[in-house]
Design a protein around this ligand. Structure first.
Ligand SMILES: [Zn+2]
Length: 347
């Protein structure tokens, strides 16, 4: 019965063919560049495939104005001049260029995104520079993330977790109440709705900013960084799901990885199981701690430290074991010489 599913699978070619007939039926489609339409169809197919293969939900129908972004998969060679980008069919569009585009880089695609504060363009560049895969070396740092302290490091530093969403929930509730009291679809309703969107964007911007700041700070301290490989999907379903999602560990890890990549630091995820149940000093299991238990005190060797710091130290030990080094060896730059994968990095 389930094998039937594959027979209904959409092929992008089929979809793209039906585009021609769809254009006859809906002439407004002709106003949009065909590659943009094709990309949107590919995205739809991806949504169907992930529903069938990964058990995701049914693709949601998007009304007018609900699609948040679209892609131009190709840009012309001279698509940039200071303060402007040339989008196919649309033409020259003014933009606030927050950073310069490297001269020898080739713009491959542009994604136009609509946010509450305006329209944004994300540009993907191809840049032929060889980026060496960093090797583990220098100061090594283990990192534990949690709800009490956002980040705890193996050298004893703890960063408090700001509550981005949770702190502004009252304000959000108020704004949402205002929306519900307006007549649906009216001008005032749209204005109130805009306020809600802006608050959501503000929350996610502050969170991202904080993640970058912490990541930069960590990269300043160390050249080799190990983090736990957490089951994020599992955590976001639990009792503290709101707080787990508000912390945004998934985004933090990818930002940290990116930051390490830019700084030439080595980044690796390690097994996260039982990091809080092992003593980093004598490596004997000390048993489960309650969430309220903030201090690690080993009954075997008497080692006492902050609970999260102890977990970070366990992460550091595991990371070092994973790359076949010890903390001291990394600091002294002595390698046993395990062959690490040398990959050219796609920038
Ligand atoms: Zn111990």
């Amino acid at each position: 019965m389930f094998s039937l599913t594959y027979e209904f699978r959409l092929r992008p070619t089929n979809q793209c063919k039906s585009l021609t007939s769809a254009k006859k039926q809906y002439p407004e489609l002709k106003k949009v560049q065909s590659q943009v339409l094709q990309q949107t169809l590919k995205r739809l197919e991806q949504a169907f495939v992930s529903m069938w293969e990964y058990d995701r939900g049914f693709p949601r129908f998007k009304k007018v104005g609900q699609l948040r972004s679209f892609v131009f998969p190709q840009l012309s060679e001279s698509a940039f001049k200071p303060g402007f980008v040339k989008l196919p069919v649309i033409g020259w569009v003014k933009l606030r260029q927050s950073r310069s585009i490297p001269l020898d880089a080739l713009a491959k695609q542009a994604r136009v995104v609509k946010r509450a504060s305006g329209w944004y363009v994300m540009i993907t560049l191809q840049w032929s520079v060889s980026v060496p895969q960093p090797m583990p070396y220098g100061e090594a740092l283990g990192i534990d993330v949690g709800l009490m302290s956002f980040v705890a490091t193996s050298n004893g530093q703890c960063v408090k977790r700001p509550k981005f969403f949770v702190d502004l929930q009252r304000k959000l509730k108020l704004l949402q109440q205002r929306v519900s009291r307006k007549k649906r679809g009216s001008n005032n309703w749209h204005k109130a709705q805009q306020k809600v969107k802006e608050l959501h964007e503000h929350i996610s911007n502050t969170r991202k900013d904080f993640h970058w700041k912490v990541a930069r700070d960590l990269c300043n301290q160390a050249q080799t960084i190990f983090v736990e490989d957490l089951n994020l999907a599992g955590l976001s379903r639990g009792m503290l799901s709101k707080h787990c999602l508000d912390a945004g560990w998934g985004q933090f890890f990818s930002i940290l990885e990116h930051c390490c990549f830019k700084r030439g630091a080595y980044f690796q995820k390690v097994d996260s199981r039982k990091t809080s149940q092992i003593c980093p000093n004598c490596q004997i299991e000390t048993g489960k701690k309650e969430l309220s238990e903030r201090v690690h005190e080993c009954g075997n060797c008497g080692y006492t430290t902050d609970r999260d710091v102890a977990a970070a130290q366990v992460v550091l030990l595991r990371g070092c074991a994973a790359v076949g080094q010890t903390v001291k060896m990394l600091a002294e730059g002595k390698f046993i010489g395990i062959p690490l994968k040398q990959e050219s990095s796609p920038l």
